[in-house]
Design a binder for this molecule. Sequence first.
Ligand SMILES: Nc1ncnc2c1ncn2[C@@H]1O[C@H](COP(=O)(O)OP(=O)(O)OP(=O)(O)O)[C@@H](O)[C@H]1O
Length: 565
Amino acid sequence: MKNLLLLLPLYARRKSGLLLALFCALATVAAGVGLLGVSGWFLTGAALAGAGGMFNLFAPSALVRGLSFLRIVSRYADRVVGHSATLRLLADLRGVVFAALIRLTPRQLARYRSGDLVARMTGDVDALDTVFLFVLAPLATAILAGAVLTAVLGLWVPAAALVFALALLAACVAVPLWLLRAARKPGAAAQESAAELRAATLDAVDGHADMVAMHAQAETLAHFERLCEASALARRSQARVAVRGQWFLQIAAGIAVLALLWFGLATHEAGRIEGPVLAGLLLAVIGIFEVAGPIMRGASRMGSAISAAGRIREVTQCGPDMQDPAAPLALPDNGALELERVRFAYPARTSGESPLVLDDISLRVEPGERVAILGASGAGKSTLLHLLLRLEDPQGGRVLFGGRDARDCAQADWHRRIALLSQDAPLFLGTLRTNLLIGDPEAGDADLWRVLEAAKLGDFVRGLPDGLDTWAGETGSQLSAGQARRLCLARALLAPAAIIVLDEPTAGLDAAAEAAFFADLENAVRGRTVVLATHAVLPDAAVHRRVELRGGRLYDLSSQPAILA
Ligand SMILES: Nc1ncnc2c1ncn2[C@@H]1O[C@H](COP(=O)(O)OP(=O)(O)OP(=O)(O)O)[C@@H](O)[C@H]1O
């Protein structure tokens, strides 16, 4: 339950909208219960008048018309205001989750499947609409309206008022609390299976071509059907809990009505209550139990809401695992980039030590120098580049820029000095232009064309009907994988950083384009420092120095076999 506390600050921020929604809900219930009560009074009074009794028809008929109108208006306002307040809350919460997600470091994010993160942002956030719409608002209105009706009943039939109050409390509080316990497991299962379904859908869309090529549709479909079955099973259990709630609700309402009839008729016989008033009170009692209907539905869904809140809280509570120092050191605009006796191993997945990927390595790259890191697949090239970017921290040794330890500086400052083209750099939804401008939002068209030429993509973009305004990204992309890669390369080259770190910059380029890119590298980076990891054969002038990673150690290929340490 404490997971739901994450909603408190959001409720506080939207309190005026929520209070208005509560007021509208209360007005709707009051008008509805009042309408039933007055109608009962009116009809019974009218019947008795027809049978020879005296009854003033004017006041009740005016009340019926007034309450009917009020009920229509307040019900409409209740729906509009209640849903609008809830949707705003959910939008706020989505913002909070997204802000928490982008604060995390890449290695923290890597623990989640992308489909699971999408599920947390969408399905889990949506599941929390239950809390206000189906639990808090109806509960508050039932208790307030119930208190008023108890007081009214107490004036005429005190014993029935007591039974009514107890029955209403049982229906609105005790039974929902009991249902909530019963709904916890199926709710969590429903939420988990909904997240699994989203993740499986994204996986199937992402890997569709490979799935078709490997004739794996049948297995994928079977897996999906298993998930659907699990989801349906969990939802059936939730529905059963809600049905159980409705039974108890009817029983509680029946007890309250019987008590009112029992004690009310005795009071009527004693001449202390008129027949029309008793009939009106009876209908009002029946009407108020209708408010508890949504609470039963809400209680049966609270298991999902609690589980969703837990999944969201896991993300919002976990701060970034790399913090800036309290007083970060200022970084110079330029300077040498150094690894000093660096040791690094990824965290062990099982018990025991994980092997060192980088074992006591040192490297100094002077301003303006271009250094290539070579090495077999899995040798640790990308890991080394990630340490330079401070996407990981070493377990031993230091990473320095201009003599300043990365851990003593603000991460944002560090990332302004060093730009990265990662191995799996993505295209974002948008045009070629918006994708490039991520590298430097201030860049003009001339700069964009310059880096496109450098990435050997200029001719292609010039040939597109919409040029720089061509749509790129997931849907409707007109780019091949190699062209998309070159666009990411152009984006990295555009960044105004002093150092450019390129991980496999020519992956996806044909041999001629690759050779042309490396031959022109000095020009493309305009004399800036470059550290690149590659499997390509480099032309002589492409870099000043080549080093090779082997067995966790770094070897300078220009002065082999010396180890850089
Ligand atoms: N996130 C990770 N968690 C655990 N181990 C990892 C992780 N990333 C890489 N490794 C391991 O670290 C080692 C070095 O990987 P790295 O990606 O740095 O190699 P690489 O030289 O860039 O390879 P390639 O040329 O294939 O890209 C590999 O053995 C790999 O299995």
